[in-house]
Design a protein around this ligand. Structure first.
Ligand SMILES: Cc1cc2nc3c(=O)[nH]c(=O)nc-3n(C[C@H](O)[C@H](O)[C@H](O)COP(=O)(O)O)c2cc1C
Length: 203
C-alpha cells in the first residue's frame, strides 16, 4: 500500500486563517499525515476570525464540525512553534512538502533570510535546503518594498508564492467559496487533485 503523504502546515498571524482551516481539512480528508504548527499570532487569529470555540487544541473537532467527518481520515500532529527540536526541524525527517498559510510578512521575512527563529521558519528552511516543495501564502495589502523584496528572495530560493488572492470567475457566493478557491490552489501546488472549485471552462 502507498504510504500516506506527510505535509507540514505552518499557520501564522496574518488575516485569513480560514484558508488554513480549509487547507488542513482538505489534506486530512485526503488521508495525509499532517504536522501542524501555529505561531502565537496564528492562534490569536484563529480565535479572532473563526470564533471563541476555535482553539488549536480542538482543531480536528472544529474542522469535522465545519467540513465533515472525512477530516478524521488524516493524522494530525500539532507541534509548538518554539520546539526547534521537533522532527520537522531536521532534513532527515521525511516530510514531503510544506505550506505556510496564511503567511505573515514577519514570517515571510524570516523565511526569505533563512533566520530559523521558530519551528515554522526552520521547517521552511529545511524544505528549501532539501529542495522540497514550499508554498507560501502571503496576505497583506498594500505591501511594503521590503515585503516585495522578501517575496522575490523566497521565490529565488525555490519557494512557490501563492498569494491569498481569490478569483471571482467561479462566481463565489460565500466566504467559504473564496476559501475553497485558495485551498484548492494550495492542494494543486502540493501535487493533489482537488475538487474544491471547478476548473475554468471557456463556454
Ligand atoms: C488582527 C490582526 C491581523 C493581522 N493581519 C496581518 C496580515 O494580514 N498580514 C501580516 O503580515 N500581518 C498581520 N498581522 C500582524 C502579525 O500578526 C504580526 O506581525 C506578528 O508578529 C506575526 O508573527 P508570526 O509570523 O510569528 O505569526 C495581524 C495582526 C493582528 C493582531
Amino acid at each position: 500500500m502507498k504510504e500516506p503523504r506527510r505535509i507540514a502546515v505552518g499557520v501564522t498571524g496574518a488575516s485569513g486563517v480560514i484558508y488554513a482551516a480549509r487547507t488542513i481539512a482538505a489534506l486530512a480528508a485526503a488521508g495525509c499525515r499532517l504536522e501542524v504548527v501555529f505561531s502565537d499570532y496564528g492562534r490569536r487569529l484563529l480565535l479572532d476570525e473563526l470564533g471563541p470555540d476555535a482553539k488549536v487544541e480542538r482543531l480536528v473537532d472544529l474542522l469535522a464540525a465545519r467540513y465533515g467527518d472525512e477530516v478524521r481520515q488524516g493524522v494530525l500532529t500539532m507541534h509548538s512553534n518554539k520546539d526547534l527540536g521537533a522532527p520537522l526541524a531536521s532534513g532527515s525527517h521525511r516530510c514531503d512538502a510544506m505550506v505556510i498559510v496564511p503567511c505573515s510578512m514577519k514570517t515571510l521575512a524570516g523565511v526569505a533570510h533563512g533566520l530559523s527563529r521558530s519551528l515554522i521558519e526552520r521547517a521552511a528552511d529545511v524544505m528549501l535546503k532539501e529542495r522540497r516543495r514550499l508554498v507560501l501564502v502571503p496576505r497583506e495589502t498594500p505591501m511594503s518594498l521590503p515585503a516585495l523584496r522578501n517575496l522575490v528572495a523566497a521565490a529565488e530560493a525555490g519557494a512557490m508564492i501563492l498569494p491569498a488572492m481569490p478569483a471571482f470567475y467561479q462566481q463565489p457566493k460565500t466566504i467559504d467559496d473564496l476559501a475553497d478557491f485558495i485551498a484548492g490552489k494550495i492542494l494543486n501546488a502540493l501535487g493533489f487533485e482537488q475538487k474544491l472549485f471547478a476548473p475554468w471552462k471557456d463556454e
